[in-house]
Ligand binder design. Structure first.
Ligand SMILES: Cc1ncc(COP(=O)(O)O)c(C=O)c1O
Length: 382
């Protein structure tokens, strides 16, 4: 039987309810929400509204209409950066960013924005003090990941948010690896812009994501177009969420996302985190005991999410991934994980690491089989 340990890329499998909700919505509702006013369209709009409400409830967001659906975390991060930042602005970010944020920031830098890249420690952490000392009078935005998709390090966004709010600097958090599997309260953490995918820790279908935009923030939309509202005007509506949701949204996928969020809420994020950390502890203990294996994920009590990176001395990570897949039926992710700067920060560039990310559907037996496979493989390298 194959073992899936690449939940940081996307969670698999999804809960049964997610498959059922997407299927039912495509078959039985099947139409564009908020268009036409007929009862099917009203039912579709109700599903999309419920998905927004469920997300707001799970993430401590006061106004669900300020959650804008996107097709990925990447789209949300692009909307936040491109919608907010203008030439002459100064931004602060970190060396641990995924390309979903690093590339829009790098692109902004090419258009006259100044970007300061705060260097993480070798485990992938940055401190609130580091971020604060990178600020300048003209700093408009701090944009950073909550949890590293390479080492699993969780950054102190709850400390940074209030400090930035005091200074009047906007705070964009990439919640791709933490949403659904690490406790988050967006309002209490004083996060202004929060982007996340629906298809990772929320167990929704691929092609789902969102951006939360705090009151008082006006972003230039990425897209202009039909919203099903204000149709007499050629200008984009100003009300949310329509301002940022041009085009027909993917209602079947959002119905799946709603089912995923309900599944996560019923299980409880803290309990999901505890379950995953038990698997991560077991995995790190197993890997650390294998001669030739180096684990890059912190194991010193600092906060983490369910991502473990390792290498075997003398073996290319892509070879390890290939053998784990073909000989042992174990799916992991190898290489740079779309985060080259992070690998430079932890000293694993250019080959990268093997990344293993358990999810809610993994078992202790999965972890033991994986560790035994790595032990065998490492034995062949000696
Ligand atoms: C930290 C981080 N940010 C952003 C993303 C992008 O997410 P999406 O594929 O939904 O755009 C990922 C996905 O791997 C990620 O790990």
């Amino acid at each position: 039987m194959s073992i899936y340990l690449d939940n940081a890329a996307t969670t698999f499998p999804k809960p049964e309810e997610v498959y059922r909700a997407a299927d039912r919505t495509l078959r039985a509702v099947g139409v564009a929400p908020g268009r036409g006013g007929h009862s099917r369209s009203v039912e579709a709009a109700r599903i999309v509204f419920q998905a927004r409400e469920a997300l707001a409830e799970l993430l401590g967001i006061g106004e669900s209409s300020r959650i804008v659906f996107t097709h990925s975390a990447t789209e949300g991060l692009n909307l936040a950066v491109k919608g907010l930042v203008r030439p002459g602005d100064h931004l602060v970010t970190t060396s641990m960013e995924h390309n979903s944020l690093a590339r829009p920031l790098h692109h902004a830098a090419a258009t006259g924005v100044e970007v300061t890249w705060v260097q993480s420690d070798p485990a992938g952490y940055v401190t609130a003090a580091q971020i604060m000392s990178a600020l300048r009078p003209e700093t408009k935005l701090v944009a950073m990941t909550h949890c590293s998709n390479v080492t699993g390090a969780v950054n102190p966004v709850e400390e940074i948010g209030p400090l930035l709010r005091e200074r009047g600097v906007r705070f964009l958090v990439d919640g791709a690896q933490s949403t659904g599997s690490y406790p988050i309260d967006v309002d209490a953490m004083q996060i202004d812009l929060f982007a996340a995918p629906g298809h990772k820790g929320l167990y929704g279908p691929p092609g789902t994501g969102f951006l939360y935009i705090a009151p008082g923030i006006e972003l230039e939309p990425l897209l202009h177009g039909g919203t099903g509202s204000g149709s007499s005007e050629l200008t984009q509506p100003v009300s949310l969420p329509e301002r940022y949701e041009s085009g027909t949204v993917n209602t079947p996928a959002l119905a799946g996302l709603l089912a995923g969020v309900e599944f996560v809420a019923a299980r409880g994020v803290a309990s999901i985190h505890a379950f995953e950390m038990a698997l991560v502890d077991r995995m790190i203990k197993g890997l650390a005991a294998i001669p030739g294996v180096t684990v890059y994920t912190p194991d010193d009590g600092r906060p983490r999410c369910a991502v473990v990176s390792f290498t075997i001395t003398g073996m290319d990570p892509s070879h390890i991934g290939f053998v784990l897949d073909h000989r042992y039926g174990i799916a992991v992710r190898v290489g740079l994980h779309c985060a080259p700067l992070a690998h430079k920060s932890i000293g694993t560039f250019p080959l990268g690491t093997v990344r293993v990310s358990p999810g809610l559907f993994n078992t202790e037996q999965d972890i033991d089989r994986f560790v035994a496979a790595v032990a065998e493989l490492a034995g062949t390298a000696r």
